[in-house]
Design a protein around this ligand. Sequence first.
Ligand code: GDP
Length: 624
Amino acid sequence: MLDLFTILTKGGFVLWQKTFASINGSPVEDLIRNVLIEERAGTDLYFKENYALKWTFANELDLVFVVAYQKILQLNYIEELLETVKRMFLASNKELIAQGKLEDGDFTSFSHVFDKLLQQIEDKYSFQNRQRAPRKFENTKKFESSLKGSQAQNTGTLPVISLNTVDEDEITKNIKALKLQASPRTGPRARKAKPSKSTSTGSLSTNEDTTQKKKKSQKQARVWDGQIAKGEMEALDFSNAKSNNNEVDDEDADADAIAAQFVDESKLGQKNAQGIYEVQDVVQEDDDEMDFEDEDADLSKKVETGTSGLFSYFKSFTGQREITAAILDPVIATIKEHLITQNVATDIAEHLCQSVRTSLLGKKLGSFERISTAVRNSMETALKRILTPKTSLDILRDIEQAKSEKRPYTMCFIGVNGVGKSTNLSKVCFWLLQNNYKILIAACDTFRSGAVEQLRVHTRNLRALQTSGDGIVELFERGYGKDSAGIAKDAISYATVNNFDVVLIDTAGRMQDNEPLMRALSKLVSVNQPDKIIFVGEALVGNEAVDQLTKFNQALKDFSGLQNPRHIDGMILTKFDTIDDKVGAALSMTYITGQPIYFVGTGQTYTDLKNLKVSHVVHSLLKK
Ligand code: GDP
């Protein structure tokens, strides 16, 4: 669908380019000459003959990312594509950027990253576009009761919150884009809240319902590849005569197709001794059954014999002597370099190494102690200190506490565009459903076209998957262009009146430098005071993670208008499956915020949510 994607310097030097069709004329040169050089303000769409060109800058590096496509096409993913490619490109070329040598780089391998990215984004949008718009929430009884509930709660008036902090042009644009989407379906089938078929609280892997479900869905789990399975398509086809069939049979078919597509049984969590469903831990492939201590011992042994591992790079020596800068600094330099290649933000690697250096300088090495071992031990202690959570990670306990106070527990998911907020919110919802909670998803991304529909699909899937237990999920939506703080407030009121246990608030993605949107987010948080503000960030980012988190936290503080402003309470690190053990972002994020990583996202099914153990991060950072 695209014609060309190019990454060039503002001086016109092309770093990387991909063409998808032969290009007539030279639209990019025209763009540079007519728009970029003149710095025509406020323009981000340029038409040249048959082409539409859009672009984004990485200003600090004087880079421009440009995409060209046929102007008759309505491609609604271009902005997300530009921003995501920019992020990926910067993240994967940190070293060249740090050295100021981008123009010397060979970016051939970026084509592979780009192809995957483009595929993912195109799939996502074509998937959204293929969804038929279900009956509008505003036309349902549920909405009426929601309205009544929130009106009762708000002494007869819905909160009126001014929209003028949000970029209204953008919203109008999004609404228009939305209206241009496929014509709405007529006569939709009303969807019944799924009755729980069993009160069994047995483990997912052992209870009878699940075993039967598993038998039915022995197909291999597929990722969300943008294709709708035949069964799912039929289930979605509400105009079909099948809609007269028995509701339960119909829902079974749903559950089957959806489970096959969105649940990977090998990744399901387990119920612990208290009957709590826990997600799996991230396991390192090469240390399957070995715990960190063993691995550590093993590594030390390797170091002793000088066979392999990061620390074999270090020249070692024995003998009782003082640790001086001369013997310490080369080791510190190597470890710093190593941390940066593991995606730790440069400043953080620098700080960390400085603190290790300070802690070791002037100390005595034992007769048989190696400098590399001393540095490793000291670094390990520092890493553990940073990564060990200072607050409880037990969200379920907090939910129980909120329940005892007769109020819903609220979690607000924030972050930049396309990092996986809605997807990982849905995975968290899946986890909570396994623990039999009643969950309301609040669709507060009133900005990006397709965002509400995306949550509708997730809610429908999650409901269909809920074939046992007492878990319930509903969606609270008010469409687009409205004030998200007000919608979140109504959702919480609705949840309170209707005894929901948890409200999961989805918010619009926003760049950390977009002040109007950051103000709107801060207002949403100030007005609603969620129990947890969860920052969703990609595992691939390096230095960028620091910038995002710092600015999100700063905005929550600066724009709150409160004496005690809120800050990010914890993180979900997404796309952990794409980083080949380069876990540096986990360290950078905890270092910057002092807050824990609640989960990592490890793929595109509802079961791709895992716990990240401190030992795993430490081991990954310190291994070769
Ligand atoms: P949002 O704009 O932040 O809400 O992002 P989405 O939830 O729409 O996700 C953006 C893309 O990232 C989608 O294609 C998701 O399927 C994908 N995604 C989300 N989480 C993960 C993950 O943990 N691993 C991988 N590989 N992809 C993910």
